[in-house]
Write a new protein. Structure first.
Length: 221
């Protein structure tokens, strides 16, 4: 394939994924705050319900994104270019991008759930392992070894997203919410009342400054 057309099509697809990412990212931020509040209030059952509802919403977002990319795959590229080769590459890869979003939306929301449980390290490890130890090798093999070409790179991303979403789902389903509520209480008790002030408190005694008349008298004497 033409390298210029490939890079141009990659830019179009990355802009598309960035546009879609706004929705699961917003959901992730909201559910993170909600779950942290529920655990802090010692309501583990409601935290679990919030997790389930958020994952259903994320799956719905992923399905909408997948259907959208399927429907506009022959038209979306025309918003950015009129080159026939760029449009062809974009139309081939857009359905794969839609499948990627079907995994990306739940895993992004799952990261928000883990942040709300004060377990961001687990989410980071899942993402690191999925993208660098699964997605990258698959993309390299398909794109450069087996000569699948441009779609092979996106199939590698699809493999990473599927792995990440599966591992994230397993981690969330195995979560003991009662234990997480106890952890939240422990973390709150450890930090409340023991945090030193950010800046030292300087106490100064008020003292009267010499007035203008006193200064004049001193100068005259």
């Amino acid at each position: 394939a033409n390298p210029r057309a490939t890079v141009a099509s990659m830019g179009i697809l990355i802009q598309t994924t960035s546009l879609v990412y706004v929705f699961p990212s917003s959901l992730s931020l909201g559910v993170s705050t909600r779950i942290s509040n529920e655990l802090g209030a010692k309501r583990p059952a409601k935290a679990r319900v919030s997790m389930i509802i958020s994952l259903f919403c994320a799956t719905a977002l992923g399905l909408i994104a997948m259907v959208f990319t399927m429907l506009v795959r022959h038209r979306w590229g025309r918003l950015f270019s009129t080159d026939a080769e760029i449009l062809e590459l974009t139309s081939i890869a857009l359905p794969i991008v839609g499948l990627c979003e079907l995994g990306n939306c739940p895993q992004t929301t799952g990261c928000g759930v883990l942040r709300g449980c004060a377990r961001p390290t687990l989410g980071a490890n899942i993402n690191l392992g999925s993208f660098y130890f699964v997605g990258m090798p698959v993309a390299i093999l398909l794109g450069f070894v087996f000569k699948v070409g441009f779609p092979g790179l996106w199939i590698g991303l699809l493999a990473a997203q599927a792995t990440c979403a599966s591992l994230m789902l397993c981690a969330l389903l195995r979560t003991d919410w009662a234990v997480q509520a106890e952890r939240a209480e422990e973390l709150t008790s450890q930090t409340s009342g023991k945090t030193p002030p950010l800046l030292p408190i300087v106490r100064t005694e008020s003292r009267s400054e010499p007035g203008t008349e006193d200064m004049m008298r001193t100068m005259l004497v």
